[in-house]
Write a protein that binds this ligand. Structure first.
Ligand code: THU
Length: 132
């Protein structure tokens, strides 16, 4: 699966977002090293702090399905924004828990362009272990 296909998966799942408060729908698609794709959407709540981002929904679903550190190959994130939609900082920290700093993170904009970053570009000096 190439980055365009992974982004298409993120774009498609976006319509499943539950975002009645922000009206800001986000879709994510994680590619596992075994070729499986796992999707996630943002799920909002009237108590705003209970909201879960699309990226975390996808990671937590992957873990629920038996995947863990070392299993993740790439992630695509899709919204309807003019600029490339970046993951929030909590989602970056969740990515740092499970993914290599070199893992590709694909962002897109409403012109369907794809920006390829690495996790380390988004979260340098990540906090990843307790025994420092
Ligand atoms: N959101 C995501 O799902 N992922 C991002 O990368 C940025 C923000 C969601 C959270 C909330 O439901 C809405 O977008 C507005 O912040």
């Amino acid at each position: 699966m190439n980055k365009e296909q992974l982004m298409e998966s993120a774009r498609k799942i976006k319509q499943a977002a539950y975002s009645p408060y922000s009206k800001f729908s986000v879709g994510a698609a994680i590619l596992l090293k075994d070729g499986t794709v796992i999707n996630g959407v943002n799920v909002e709540n009237v108590s705003f702090g209970a909201t879960n981002c699309a990226e975390r929904t996808a990671f937590f679903t992957a873990v629920t399905n038996g995947y863990t550190k070392g299993d993740f190959k790439a992630i695509s994130i899709a919204g309807d924004t003019e600029d490339y939609l970046p993951p929030c900082s909590i989602c970056r920290q969740v990515m740092a828990e499970f993914c290599s700093p070199e893992m590709p993170v694909y962002l897109t904009n409403n012109k369907q362009e794809i920006l390829e970053l690495k996790l380390i570009d988004l979260l340098p000096y990540a906090f990843t272990e307790l025994d420092m």
